[in-house]
Design a protein around this ligand. Sequence first.
Ligand SMILES: CC(C)(COP(=O)(O)OP(=O)(O)OC[C@H]1O[C@@H](n2cnc3c(N)ncnc32)[C@H](O)[C@@H]1OP(=O)(O)O)[C@@H](O)C(=O)NCCC(=O)NCCS
Length: 159
Amino acid sequence: MTSEKASNITLREMVREDLTAVYALENQIFSDPWPLRSFEEIFDEDSWQALIAESEGRLIGYACFLDIAGEAHIANIAVSSEFRRKSVAKRLLDRILLFAQDSRCEMIILEVRPSNRPALEFYKKAGFAELYRKPNYYTSPKEDALVMVLWLNAGTDGD
Ligand SMILES: CC(C)(COP(=O)(O)OP(=O)(O)OC[C@H]1O[C@@H](n2cnc3c(N)ncnc32)[C@H](O)[C@@H]1OP(=O)(O)O)[C@@H](O)C(=O)NCCC(=O)NCCS
């Protein structure tokens, strides 16, 4: 269901031409941003999928994930600060869920900083559960990662 809160916001697949703007937003939002080169290098990988959210032609959010052997791995979801709490990330995640279900992924998995309360609340609200910690996973600042998982109950046994 599309939220009224985000009715002027549209989603589409990311194209290579979006990468400069995506990197600018990544750099604004994260203390340990991915380098532009990393986005460019992974962009054509078969397992790589990426979406963007726009408002009036302006990039306001994005989500990138990998589909590897039945696991959808969320690399990042980010929303520009002035567009938060408008269900933009929820809509991006809903698209990832559809893709993961179509691809018969058994789970969606991700890492998150335990100090990142908005993200933790967001993922918990979406049904993700904490799985385990990866010690000293992050740098700038150094921090453990919390690995979270959402099991997908496809209910398609026997298809
Ligand atoms: C985490 C993030 C992606 C959430 O994006 P968003 O578009 O604001 O999230 P949504 O509006 O879709 O939120 C959906 C639900 O998640 C929960 N939630 C989201 N942000 C929250 C916050 N700051 N505090 C508490 N709950 C929150 C709420 O339950 C919310 O529903 P509600 O607004 O109806 O109460 C955004 O805060 C962000 O970009 N943070 C910086 C980047 C980041 O940390 N990404 C995740 C790294 S893995």
